[in-house]
Each structure stands twice: as structure tokens, then as C-alpha cells.
Design a protein around this ligand. Structure first.
Ligand SMILES: [Zn+2]
Ligand SMILES: [Zn+2]
Length: 81
């Protein structure tokens, strides 16, 4: 009985292609929206998030440098008004 429920979601009658670790349950693409805060802890996405945070750190460094330039640009724009 449980096996059938795990193959197809009774709620939305859709294939349960996602897994929520937090609720220890298989979920369909429609359920995914309501599980968004918990599905972010999926192992695959964790690794991806780690890579992204590395990239983000690098981008932040670059951004901090370019922010000074854009701040200077803003000052010039303010003076022109
Ligand atoms: Zn569903
Ligand atoms: Zn969940």
C-alpha cells in the first residue's frame, strides 16, 4: 500500500520524482513548491550550493571593488542633477 503511494502522489496524481529529506517523503513537482525550504538540503543541491557560495565569495570580492567605482559614478550623477 505504502509502495503505491510512493510511486505516485495521491494528492496530485503525479510522479514522485523528488525526495524531501526533512519530511522523509517522496514528493511530486507540485509538492516541491511547498517543500522548497526543505528540499534545499538535498545532497546534490548542497554540493551545488557550496560551489555557488565559493563563486559568490569571489564575485563579492569583485563586486566590492567595482562598487567603489559605481559609487563614484553615482556621485558624479548626483552632481549632474
Ligand atoms: Zn504532490
Ligand atoms: Zn519537506
Amino acid at each position: 500500500m505504502m509502495d503505491l503511494q510512493q510511486r505516485k502522489g495521491l494528492e496530485h496524481n503525479k510522479l514522485l520524482e523528488f525526495y524531501c529529506r526533512k519530511h522523509i517523503n517522496h514528493i511530486c513537482c507540485l509538492c516541491l513548491a511547498s517543500h522548497k525550504p526543505c528540499t534545499t538540503s538535498h545532497p546534490v543541491q548542497e554540493a551545488k550550493a557550496e560551489k555557488e557560495s565559493h563563486l559568490k565569495n569571489r564575485l563579492t570580492e569583485l563586486y566590492n571593488q567595482s562598487e567603489k567605482a559605481s559609487q563614484a559614478l553615482d556621485e558624479v550623477r548626483m552632481q549632474q542633477r
